[in-house]
Design a protein around this ligand. Structure first.
Ligand code: BES
Ligand code: ZN
Length: 880
């Protein structure tokens, strides 16, 4: 394959800009025509001939300044169009034909749903606009858009594009049109249109700066009743961005549309956000508590992009984290404010540890700002998103709330209407605070999770506590030697009674509070605390103050003390997770005796503590050891079956410690007032209740299964119903098959609920999974053209079922390999994303590792693989 690698260092500003563009669409299912008028500006004295991107376009007409061009006056290549005659100030017109219904890649203009009932829509990020018209399809070309949509009025009664509505009306032959003008210059990846039979709900909003906004949510008729939660979330997000960042919405309309056919979660197109229905629709009977939370968070995320992404965008795709990492941080802060900040932080850190740490430790590791790519779609990763968000959090922590806000305001005003880099972001944050943040830039350029080692010595006679910090980052695919990074380590020292100690560092005259953030800038550093009367317990990396892996020398008793006495719930939880991990290591180590009972005892103490009745959701998190995939990460000889066995063992021991009787009683108590209500308290109680049920299974299987069976039929809401169904199916209970069938019948016709049922079946642990998945793939419900369905079956199997997928005989890998090739012919983006499931291979035990490697090598030899999948395979196999 030819090397089409793009390097960050090759960036050049565009020679040609398009300050203004007019688009006219004649829309239909099989064929649509797009007329574009590009008003061109040249910045390099016309030295570089005009070159436009264009893929899968049928060129019908081309004219320059009104004059049709002959075949020798332009050059049409596979993916580009060259027009050497273009001059500064020229207007280039093209007319192209595209095929929405045949577009199974779901990039550019495509059909969602069926030919009869479906609707047309676009997805342009990152490089989909070039599948709509010829254009310099790069984020640093900013244009004002004027868009006219024309279509049959009966088949496409609703016509939407981003921007302010600017007239609509009837046309001959039963057709109609609508015009939109977007006054804000934007990159082509932010263009969007939607056309079809959609219904809407509407709410009016007035921005803090007094602008009237019509907010409309659109969905297919059956789904419109499920949009109210998303509407509430939009309005809350608008208010939140005004309050916390001083950012107002800037158009007269804000449209949000739900589609069942979408590669991603959602997309922030200017004025016309488009959502995977999974992240927009919510209904008590069909959605879990988690779904409700996701809708709120994703709605917030896409809305926040209006400033962090749209008004200020990325210079090139290497800067992706500039908008995504920042916006994930904004989304997380919003969700924390709307709900419980402790639980939110737990969820965010868990996700980072499970997904990003794994990515950073394997062959797909890359910096938050990558140095090169072949297909940018492959870099919408946990590293760019989640680690990127942690870096912004780190900066925010460093500057403090007020300083960070000042910095953001400077960033938004200074760069409004520009396409910028991560350096610009750091400079604005720094300038507003007279701080030099440039040392933090190193975090963006270095892959791998820094390992932070903490060693402490208490010198009783000197009443001194010495804390020695050191960092290393393992070499990875991008660098052999990795220099130290600035790591802020938030710290408290607790006295033996659990109270925080006043802190006086060596050289300071007096103690200054009980909280410190130590900045480790070198490979090692020592911090000496004076006047410490007794050996303290260090609470390090409080709040997870930097995205590092912590290795502390605390004793089990220290961690147990933190579990009870840390004033922050998040840090109590962190201590518990560390203790659980130690118990797991012992169980994994071999003889199944567990010498270290500290986790069990401390957890039981929390469970028994009446203070916890006020925090059922947090208690539920305490009762969960780290997930299998997280536990697997530190193992170099990963055997997924052994990991599961040890983790199940841990759960059993915890259940025994808490006692069947108590688990039954508390479950019953929580069950007694379950009405399926959607509020924080009801959700928190459900979370604890279902964790109790999962524990009860280990000590009173029959009773737990009976409860699950009842819950599956009687539960008023999806959260409980699905939790019970999962338990029955994963336990292969006698009632499982009937329960699954009943679930599917109850939710017949609801694609999102069906996805949930299929994912439950595909995650059945161990041996039986393969046959189940094969049956699902052959059955009537598998829809290879629908990404949600593909992820529900193959994604669940390969990415959320470690013992089912990583079979010792390699059959799971063979199945995925075969499916990847099929999927690749339909939708390369989903195929490439599924290939992430292979990323853990270097840590597997030898037998599985060989099988997986064989599967990868086999795939690498296939010809005709998409660029996206080919790049994933090449990176997975590694520099050969
Ligand atoms: N800009 C992205 C959508 C996107 C992702 C477009 C990849 C093209 C390629 C959007 O803002 C986004 O980040 N969506 C996330 C959900 C979000 C809540 C993290 C997604 O789609 O997963
Ligand atoms: Zn985003």
């Amino acid at each position: 394959m030819s090397d089409t690698t793009i390097h960050r260092s090759d960036y050049r500003p565009p020679a040609w800009r398009v300050p203004q563009v007019e688009l006219e669409f004649d829309l239909d299912i099989d064929h649509s025509e797009v007329q574009a008028r590009l008003h061109l500006a040249c910045d390099d004295g016309e030295e570089t001939p005009l070159q436009l991107d264009g893929e899968s376009l049928e060129l019908l007409e081309i004219a320059l300044d009104g004059r049709p061009l002959g075949p020798l006056e332009y050059r049409l290549h596979d993916a580009t169009l060259e027009v050497p005659g273009a001059r500064n100030g020229s207007v280039l017109s093209t007319r192209v034909r595209v095929q929405p219904a045949a577009n199974s890649a779901l990039q550019g203009l495509y059909l969602s749903g069926s030919r009869d009932d479906g609707f047309l829509l676009t997805q342009c990020e990152a490089e989909g606009f070039r599948r709509i018209t010829f254009f310099p399809d790069r984020p640093d070309v900013l244009s004002r858009y004027r868009v006219t949509l024309r279509a049959d009025a009966t088949r496409f009664p609703v016509l939407l594009a981003g921007g302010n509505a600017d007239g609509h009306g009837a046309l001959p032959d039963g057709r109609h049109y609508a015009c939109f003008v977007d006054p804000w210059p934007k990159s082509s990846y932010l263009f969007a249109l939607v056309a079809g039979r959609l219904e809407s709900i509407r709410q009016d909003y007035t921005t803090a700066d007094g602008r009237a906004v019509e907010v409309r949510l659109w969905a297919e008729p059956w789904a419109i009743t499920r949009c109210q939660h998303a509407m509430d979330s939009v309005l809350a997000a608008m208010r939140w961005d005004e309050t916390h960042y001083g950012r107002n919405y800037d158009l007269a309309q804000f449209h949000v549309v739900a589609t069942g056919d979408f590669n991603m979660g959602a997309m922030e197109n200017k004025g016309l956000n488009i959502f995977n229905s999974k992240y927009l629709l919510a209904d008590p009977d069909a959605s879990t508590d988690e779904d409700y939370a996701h809708v709120e968070a994703v709605v917030g995320h896409e809305y926040f992009h209006n400033w962090s992404g749209n008004r200020v965008t990325c210079r090139d795709w290497f800067q992706l984290s500039l908008k995504e990492g920042f916006t994930v941080f904004r989304e997380q802060s919003f969700a924390a404010d709307m709900n419980d900040p402790t639980l939110q932080r737990i969820a965010d850190v868990t996700r980072l540890r499970q997904q990003q740490f794994a990515e950073d430790a394997g062959p797909l590791a890359h910096p938050v700002r990558p140095d090169s790519y072949r297909e940018i779609d492959n870099f919408y990763t946990a590293t760019v998103y989640e680690k990127g968000a942690e870096l912004v959090r780190m900066l925010a922590g460093h500057l403090g709330d007020a300083g960070f806000r000042r910095g953001c305001e400077l960033y938004f005003t200074r760069h409004d209407g520009e396409a910028v880099t991560i350096e610009h972001f750091l400079a604005a944050l720094g300038d507003a605070n007279s701080a030099d943040l440039s040392p933090f830039l190193a975090w963006y350029g270095q892959a791998g999770t820094p390992q932070l080692h903490v060693e402490s010595v208490y010198e009783a006679t000197e009443q001194r506590y010495r804390l020695h910090l050191s960092q290393t980052t393992a070499p990875g695919p991008h660098a052999a030697h990795k220099p130290p990074l600035p790591i802020p380590v938030a710290l408290r020292l607790l006295a033996p009674d659990g109270s925080p100690l006043p802190l006086r560092l060596h050289g300071e005259h007096a103690a200054q509070g009980t909280d410190r953030v130590l900045l480790l800038t070198d490979t090692t550093a020592e911090f000496r605390f004076e006047d410490i009367a007794a050996r303290p317990v260090a609470s390090v990396l409080r709040g997870f103050s930097a995205p590092v892996a912590l290795h502390e020398d605390s004793t089990a008793a220290d961690l147990a003390l933190l579990m009870v006495h840390e004033s922050s719930g998040f840090d109590r939880w962190q201590a518990g997770q560390r203790l659980a991990r130690r118990a797991f290591d012992e169980l994994c180590g071999g003889d199944r005796r567990i010498a270290n009972t500290a986790w069990l005892e401390a957890t039981a103490a929390c469970y028994a503590d009446p203070r916890w009745t006020d925090e059922p959701a947090l208690l539920a998190e305490f009762l969960k050891p780290p997930a299998e995939l997280e536990l697997a990460q530190s193992l170099s000889n990963w055997n997924p079956v052994a990991v599961r066995t040890a983790r199940e063992d841990l759960l059993m021991r915890l259940a025994e410690t808490l006692g069947a009787k108590s688990l039954r009683a508390r479950h019953a108590l929580l069950q007694s007032d379950e009405r399926g209500a959607q509020n924080g308290t009801a959700r928190a109680r459900r979370r604890l209740k279902n964790q109790l049920l999962a524990l009860l299974l280990h000590v009173d299987r029959e009773h737990a299964l009976a409860l699950a069976q009842a819950q599956c039929t009687d539960a008023p809401g999806m959260t409980d119903r699905l939790a019970a169904l999962r338990l029955l199916v994963h336990q292969q209970a006698d009632a499982a098959a009937a329960a699954l069938l009943a679930f599917q019948q109850r939710h017949a016709g609801d694609a999102l609920a069906l996805d949930k049922g299929l994912a439950v079946a595909a995650t059945i642990p161990g041996e039986p999974a393969l046959a189940r998945v094969q049956a699902l793939l052959a059955g009537p419900h598998f829809l290879p053209h629908n990404p949600n369905r593909v992820y529900a079956v193959l994604g669940a199997f390969a990415q959320a079922n470690p013992t089912g997928f990583h079979r010792a005989d390699g059959a799971g890998y063979a199945l995925l390999a075969e499916q990847l090739l099929q999927q690749d012919r339909i939708n390369p983006t989903t195929a490439a994303r599924l290939a992430n499931a292979f990323a853990g291979w270097t840590r597997l035990e030898p037998v599985r590792r060989e099988h997986l490697k064989d599967a990868l090598l086999g795939l690498s030899q296939e010809s005709g693989v998409s660029r996206a999948l080919a790049e994933m395979l090449a990176r997975l196999v590694g520099p050969a």
